[in-house]
Every structure is written in C-alpha cells, then in structure tokens.
Design a protein around this ligand. Structure first.
Ligand code: HSE
Length: 428
C-alpha cells in the first residue's frame, strides 16, 4: 500500500472537528482522489476533555501545538488555532523549520506574516497552503494561483465577510437597525470573539490582502488596505440606497494602477441587480477580472464547519497528490514590494449629513463641495421637526481625495453635525 499522508491537527474548534469528521467518514473517497490514504497521527487543542462530537482516542494528543508540529509521524501540520501571533505562529514556524508542509485557515497570520512564512516554507522545501483562509468554502486561492495563472489580473473584488453581509441583509430585509441586526448575528454565533474583526472590516481586509498578493505578484501588504467597517451604516442609508436601485455591501476591491496597488475594504453601494448586489446573508462572492478570461464570479459559503473543512481538505489532497504550488503562486523572492496607492479611480459618492437647520447651511455645504471640485448629481432633504435636517447627496464622479477635501471643509463650516457618512458607488 502507498504510504499514508499523516496529519497533525492543531485546533479542534468547529473547523478542526469538521476536518477530523471528513477524514473519518470519507477515507475511501479521499484515498481514491489522493492516490494514498490520509491519516491523522496526532491532535492538539486547549481543552483535552471537551466533547467535540467526534472520537479522538485513536490519535496521539499533544498539549503543545509546537510539539505537535515537530512530531516525526506528522507530514502535514494543519493549523486551525487562529490568531496572527502566539501559538499559531510559533507552531507554523516550527513545522516549516522541521520541513513539514502546512495547511492553515488563518487569514490573520498570513496577512501579518505571509511573506516571512512563504520564505520560510521555500527555504525548507515545504509548501504552505491557505485556501480555507479566504472566503471559506470558495476555492478562490486555487482559482487565482492555478486556473487563472495565465492571466494578467486587472481587478479582484469581493464580499468576503459573511457576518457583515448577514447584518446588512437583515437591515434591508427585516428593517432592523444596525444594533438589532448585530445582536441577531451575535445570537446566532456568527461574530468573531472580537466582533471588530468582522464589523470593522479587518477580517475581510486580511482576506483581500492575501488575494492581492497572488493577483499582482506582490508581498502581502495588509497595513496598506484602506479599511472602513459597517458600524456607521444606518437603516436610512440602506433604504435610500434601495430607493436608488443599490444595495450596501462591505466590498473589497484591489487593483494595480500606474500609481501603485489600490486595496480597499469599505461599505459601498453596488447596483441591486448585479451579482454582488444580489448576494444575501452569510454568503461570500469573489469577482476576478483577467485580461484573457474576462470576468469570473465565484459564489459560496464563506464560513462554517463544512465549507471551511472542505477548503482544508482541498489543500491536504493537493499535497497528497504531490502538487506543490508556491504560497502566493510564485516564488516568495519574486514577490514585489508594492507601492501603496490611495484609491483615485473616480466614482460617484453617496453622502448623508446632518445639517443644522438655519439659513444658509445648505449653501455652505454646496459651496464646500463646489470649491473642492465635487459636483452634485442629486440631493434630498427629508422633512423634519427638530433643529437638524438630514440631507442626502449623490455626487457626480469624483475622487476620494477631492471628496475628503470637501468633507474637511464642511466640518469647518460648523453647520454639519457629527461626521458625514460617505459611501462610494462602485461600478461592478
Ligand atoms: N467571520 C468571518 C465571516 C468568517 O463572517 O465571514 C471567518 O473569516
């Protein structure tokens, strides 16, 4: 019999337990597809006695994931601990130093240390795969590194945080406030332990930075992602967007321009009839544009036991088959240090402001826009009975820099209360 591929699995949460279940339940299928059996030698987690709904007695137990990573009977270290540093990083580094291949679902680890880990993997002759880190069950890393490798990628866009998409969808479909939809998502267990990873756009920004590295042959530059979360989106924004034929989505966009690499993750308005506009609930979507292929749209579950374990198994089977692809699709030494560029592609913007209801206030706002070269396309002031007036403005195409100048000038007029909400209307 061909030698089995022996795994050491660190982290037995939802995904880890899911991986163990698939390996137990689908042994024959996995062997047939891999050309060799896939076995588990040892596992590691914080709590040894917890019932995870799957028998673990036949596997060796390690309290320390670093010890697991270095075991002689482990060929592939499967890192499902999470976190950008701490035990996940220590164990991954130990595994690579020991020449083990690594499969991880850890977007934060790769977003912060991807280049160093890719170099460590190559130095050791090991592979480091991370399909499960981006958009859950959607095989987008494989699509970019393999199926679309013959293209110059021109743009990658994605809705890659199911929790945010769930919150925004529930605000729209059930008329919930942001706080109500957030509480509902929390009750369903959708939120990360640190909810700001989700609603602050950080988790999705991590994913975008990994796709940008593959798409443009650049070193991962998470710190250069322009990040904005969904916390300031109100039911009013959702309703106004719908009224104009748009949906609000936490959208990631990356593209290489003459000025450098643009990466942004922010709430945007997208046409309601577009594939991105139609995305409901926790589902993810990634849109890839290549010079040869045109536009490819991948849609699927972005989280959860089955989808994420499915992505982990895809990487494990590749390794079992002998497929050895560089971490970011090309040798780490050839990845360029990208010059970060602020988004300069002009677009229309949606603005929501609270104006003090006094003579000349609206004129001051219009002047601030006009002086910054921003032209108004549509404007609406809601009827109101307090001493402030909600005003909605849709601009003609403008740059973010011009808009920021206008917004700064508006604050100086002292007729705008609080910080205006500004959402890009993205052509998708
Ligand atoms: N919290 C993420 C989401 C899944 O809601 O999509 C893990 O990245």
């Amino acid at each position: 019999m061909t030698e089995p591929l022996r795994l050491g699995i660190a982290g037995l949460g939802t995904v880890g337990a899911g991986v163990v279940k698939i390996i137990r339940q689908k042994a024959a299928l996995l062997e047939a597809r891999s050309g060799r059996p896939i076995s588990i030698s040892a596992v590691s987690a914080r709590n040894r006695v917890k019932d995870r709904g799957v028998p673990l007695d036949s596997y060796a137990w390690e309290d320390d994931p670093v010890a697991l990573a270095k075991r002689d009977d482990v060929d592939v270290f499967v890192e499902l601990i999470g976190g950008s540093d701490g035990p996940a990083k220590a164990a991954t580094e130990a595994a690579l130093r020991a020449g083990k291949d690594v499969v991880t679902a850890n977007k934060a680890l790769l977003a912060h240390h991807g280049q160093a880990l890719a170099e460590a993997a190559e130095k050791a002759g090991a592979v480091l795969r991370f399909e499960a880190a981006v958009a859950g069950g959607i095989p987008v890393v494989k699509a970019l590194t393999e199926g679309l490798a013959g293209n110059d990628i021109t743009r990658v866009m994605g809705v890659m945080n199911g929790t945010c998409n769930y919150i925004l969808t529930r605000m729209e479909s059930a008329g919930l406030t942001y706080d109500q939809a957030f509480a509902e998502a929390d009750g369903l267990g959708y939120l990360e332990a640190d909810p700001n990873l989700d609603v602050g756009g950080i988790d999705a920004g991590h994913k975008l930075s990994l796709l940008a590295a593959i798409a443009f042959g650049t070193q991962v530059a998470f710190d250069a992602v322009e990040l904005e979360g969904i916390g300031r989106i109100s039911i009013e924004d959702i309703r106004q967007a719908a009224d104009m034929g748009y949906k609000v989505k936490l959208l990631g966009v990356c593209q290489m321009t003459g000025r450098g690499l643009e990466q942004r993750m922010s709430p945007c308005l997208v046409p309601a009839t577009s594939p991105l506009g139609q995305l409901e609930g926790g589902t993810n979507m990634v849109v890839i544009e290549g010079d040869q292929v045109g536009q490819v749209v991948l849609r699927g579950p972005g989280a959860g036991e089955g989808p994420t374990a499915s992505a982990v198994l895809g990487d494990v089977i590749d390794i079992a088959r002998g497929t050895r692809v560089s971490t970011f699709g090309q040798p780490a030494a050839s990845l360029e240090l990208a010059k970060p560029a602020q988004t300069a592609t002009p677009a229309p913007y949606y603005l929501r402001l609270i104006l003090l209801d006094k003579p000349g206030a609206l004129a001051k706002v219009a002047a601030a826009l006009g002086e910054a070269g921003v032209s108004i396309n549509r404007m609406r002031q809601r009827s109101h009975d307090q001493n402030t007036a909600p005003v909605l403005i849709v601009t003609h195409k403008t740059t973010r820099a011009a808009l920021d100048n206008a917004l700064a000038a508006m604050v100086g007029t002292k007729v705008v209360e609080g910080e205006p909400v500004a959402l890009r209307i993205e052509q998708v």
